[in-house]
Design a binder for this molecule. Structure first.
Ligand SMILES: Cc1cc2nc3c(=O)[nH]c(=O)nc-3n(C[C@H](O)[C@H](O)[C@H](O)COP(=O)(O)O)c2cc1C
Length: 170
């Protein structure tokens, strides 16, 4: 898929074929895409917790009701910020770019994915940190569900709005 076409046609996928899972190779490709993201001073202050055990996936719905479809997806990737590795406060930014790469790579591979927000919700961050046994300096930023879409991906949304573009001054 052409890169521009991929960017313009990506949509969130929330229903998955529950009997199927992404392959190990697909998972590796998604993580490769994530780690290829730009980062401040190239510090790459991220790590990834892959959740693929049904009993752990099952727990997600109680701590993040808007990510309940993680179980059906079969795989969830928690994007984490490694605060100690970060250049200044960019741990708040860099891992999110890695996450966007996962969404686009998943779409390019014909998989479905959905971003489920964790940061900056403190309570949610704490519950995920506990569930995943994260070290103190590692913060959960987002959870991305990945699986085989149950239906064709939604129609592309036309969002270009020239009123949001300013040249040289507002
Ligand atoms: C920071 C953030 C948090 C989000 N949290 C959730 C979520 O908890 N559950 C969910 O189903 N979708 C979540 N989404 C997905 C958005 O609802 C979705 O991207 C938006 O409606 C645009 O639709 P599209 O991704 O199909 O283009 C989140 C997206 C972002 C960027």
């Amino acid at each position: 898929m052409d890169l521009m076409q991929g960017i313009l046609t990506r949509r969130s996928v929330r229903s998955y074929r529950a009997q199927e899972k992404i392959s190990k190779q697909e998972l590796t490709d998604l993580l490769k895409a994530a780690m290829q993201a730009p980062s401040a001073m190239n510090k790459q202050p991220w790590s990834f917790v892959v959740i693929d055990k049904p009993d752990v996936l099952d727990k997600i719905q109680s701590i993040h009701p808007y990510a309940a479809f993680a179980k059906e997806a079969g795989t969830a990737i928690v994007i984490c910020a490694n605060r100690a590795d970060s250049y200044e406060e960019y741990w708040k930014v860099d891992p999110l770019l890695a996450g966007q790469n996962i969404l686009l790579a998943a779409h390019g591979l014909g998989l479905g994915a959905c971003w489920c927000g964790v940061y900056p919700d403190e309570a949610r961050m704490q519950t995920f940190a506990k569930l995943l046994n994260l070290p103190q300096n590692v913060l959960p930023m987002a959870l991305i569900t990945v699986g085989i879409p149950a239906h064709p991906v939604g129609a592309p949304a036309e969002r270009y709005d020239s009123k949001k573009v300013h040249f040289n001054q507002w």
